[in-house]
Design a binder for this molecule. Structure first.
Ligand SMILES: [Zn+2]
Ligand SMILES: [Zn+2]
Length: 208
């Protein structure tokens, strides 16, 4: 519980204005977190990215917390990632997430597999099938095998309370790696996993 791998900040206008990098670090220090990832939503044409990365880099020197810098990027309808190419390398921590509905399972699965196989993606964010469709055992198993073999991490996301247990059950058996992400859009969300204790307990109970 000493980690939070999914924190937004005030570089876009969808988070509270006091969610500055500085305040994120102060809150993480108060919570005694050891590792955090600051992962603001990015788009291919975002213009604030260099200022953002520089601010994190400067402030990271002022704390003993391990800070990863990166972005949450949308999975596009061709399975590519909506992120400037210059950040698609090992230096940056990239969460790939679905942010638009497909209403079509086959396309959704194909694009998800592309994102899982993308060597520059670290994490698949808030993963869950859309309400319109569900995944059968074979489909979940195939995803879990690809996630494991491509060394991707599945986050337990507190904002969306995902992934659903039926995915976690199969992923866990396939030795998928998990970590915690609050998906914080305001200060008090950081490191708060009250909403997903059932998911965390499940992973811990079935752990080796
Ligand atoms: Zn997201
Ligand atoms: Zn997010």
């Amino acid at each position: 519980m000493k980690e939070d791998y999914h924190i937004h900040c005030n570089y876009n206008d969808h988070s509270s204005s006091d969610l500055s990098v500085d305040n994120i670090i102060k809150k993480a220090e108060n919570l005694d977190l050891q590792t955090i990832a600051i992962t603001e939503h990015v788009r291919n044409n975002s213009e604030w990215t260099e200022k953002y990365l520089q601010e994190i880099k400067t402030l990271a020197h002022t704390t003993s917390i391990n800070i990863l810098n990166g972005f949450e990027a949308k999975i596009l309808p061709d399975g590519e990632i909506d992120c400037p190419r210059i950040y698609l390398n090992k230096e940056f921590f990239i969460i790939a997430s679905f942010h638009t509905k497909y209403h079509a399972k086959e396309n959704w699965l194909n694009d998800l597999l592309k994102a899982i196989r993308n060597e520059n993606v670290n994490v698949i964010g808030h993963l869950a099938p859309e309400p319109e469709f569900s995944l059968n055992f074979e489909e979940i198993k195939k995803l879990g095998e690809e996630i494991s073999s491509n060394n991707k991490i599945i986050e337990l996301n507190a904002k969306y309370m995902r992934p659903p247990l039926e995915l976690l059950e199969i992923f866990k058996d396939l030795d998928v790696k998990f970590h915690l992400g609050s998906d914080a859009h305001k200060i008090n969300d950081i490191g708060n996993y009250d909403r997903i204790m059932h998911l965390i307990n499940f992973i811990e109970q079935t752990g080796e």
